[in-house]
Design a protein. Sequence first.
Length: 185
Amino acid sequence: MAANEALLIIDYTNDFVADAGALTCGKAGQVLDPNIVALADRFENDDSWVILPTDVHTPNDPYHPETKLFPPHNVRGTWGREFYGDVAQWYNDHQNDEKVYMYDKTRYSAFAGTDLDMRMRERHVDTLHLTGVCTDICVLHTAVDAYNLGYNIVVHQNAVAALTPAGQEWALDHFKGVLGATVTD
């Protein structure tokens, strides 16, 4: 890794990954846990950024478009919004590290309504490595915004999962064919 690269661990929470999650990828998301932790360790050891953009909602918010689309999920202060598996322990162990941070996001993209772009530009980051869930929703929308903002995009296919196999396949093809992303293991 280089100083101009950052790892994004997108929405890797109980609600999106655990069996009892409100909007879970299930097993497809659960098997990512060691791969995401290995990447986080690699980035941290290389003194690169590890960023955890994390979905947060208010139940039954009449002004939020997802309220009509999905059941309540990632509600602040609930088990569902806590990080899943070993990623949770990794974050607990590293949350005070200068180059590790988590922030709230309320839309699919990690850029929408956040200061992610400003922070990345201040830190001279030009390459974003994407991991997490859901490949065809939040990871995809983050990648589209990253593309439109001029970032280099690397998607780690062994560290992303969708709600369906068809969604996973479509998103990975879209990253490569439409966004010019590097898709790697």
